[in-house]
Design a protein around this ligand. Structure first.
Ligand code: ADP
Ligand code: MG
Length: 259
């Protein structure tokens, strides 16, 4: 049974998409069958993995609203173990159209349920909002990864997110766990970066992943090649960090492979 992990934080620019595509690619390199679902109308994960969002006419949104089978819209990527459910701009309208549906928070969960058996991991990239699609992702997920940027106001909005998680645990998904808080864009030379690491670790202790994602220019360049960083700078700091994260998550879930 595949583990469903949502990457969420309503704050924009914290590294959700970078994490979704590169964690998924790293899991795939380790030969875990992995599906990334792009649940953000900005479709950055879609283009980052080499799929032109303009050519996408069916996304997770049509599956949720029109009952289309997710299996018919899964795209293969260049990586053997990595598949993608792309997004496109119309996902913006989904929240409005879903308002009157029964069980509107549970649509994504039932859409995903038919492919859960086929994957080891299903990674959902969320948009920077706590709207209905993100609520759907958190209701469908077994756990959430919360990227936190090592920058000013790192903890801003985190209280609201944790509160939303509690509400979802109470009303919609009692089994939702926090997989971990992921520190991103860490710059070893900056005192501020180190202060944020200390502060987040002090507050959240074991909830914080041991792996820290460094600021790394290759990570910001890779989407323009339509590739995860591991596909063109495999030995670089960014690729190594996301590979470490994949190992950490596999180990945490008792899925580490012995070579
Ligand atoms: P979000 O999905 O949370 O909005 P993104 O993953 O799109 O955030 O990241 C925001 C911007 O920061 C993007 O331009 C991305 O390329 C860049 N970025 C993200 N993580 C890193 C990193 N570790 N090092 C350098 N740039 C990064
Ligand atoms: Mg994003």
């Amino acid at each position: 049974m595949g583990k469903v992990i949502a990457i969420a934080n309503q704050k924009g620019g914290v590294g959700k998409t970078t994490t979704a595509m590169n964690l998924a690619a790293s899991l795939a390199v380790l030969e875990y069958k992995t599906l990334v679902i792009d649940a953000d109308p900005q479709a950055n994960t879609t283009s980052g993995l080499g799929q032109d969002p303009k050519e996408v006419d069916t996304s997770i949104y049509e599956c949720m609203v029109d009952g289309i089978d997710i299996e018919t819209i899964i795209h293969k990527t260049d990586m053997e173990y990595l598949d993608l459910v792309p997004s496109h701009i119309d996902l913006v309208g989904a929240e409005v159209e879903m308002i009157n549906l029964d069980n509107r928070e549970e649509k994504m969960k039932s859409v995903i349920s038919v492919v859960k058996e086929k994957y080891d991991f299903i990674i959902i990239d969320c948009s920077p909002s706590l709207g209905l699609i993100t609520i759907n992702a958190l209701t469908a997920a077994n756990s959430i990864i919360i990227p936190v940027q090592c920058e000013y106001f790192a903890l801003e909005g985190l209280g609201k997110l944790l509160n939303t998680i509690k509400i979802i645990q109470t009303r919609l998904n009692p089994d939702l766990e926090i997989e971990g808080i992921l520190l991103t864009m860490y710059d070893v030379r900056l005192r501020l970066s180190n202060q944020v690491v200390d502060e987040v670790r002090m507050h959240f202790k074991d909830l914080v992943f041991k792996t820290i994602i460094p600021r790394n220019v290759r990570l910001s360049e890779s989407p323009s090649f339509g590739l995860p960083v591991i596909a063109f700078d495999a030995d670089g700091k960014g690729a190594v960090a996301y590979l470490n994260l994949a190992h950490e998550i596999a180990a945490k879930n008792g899925m580490e492979k012995v070579n």
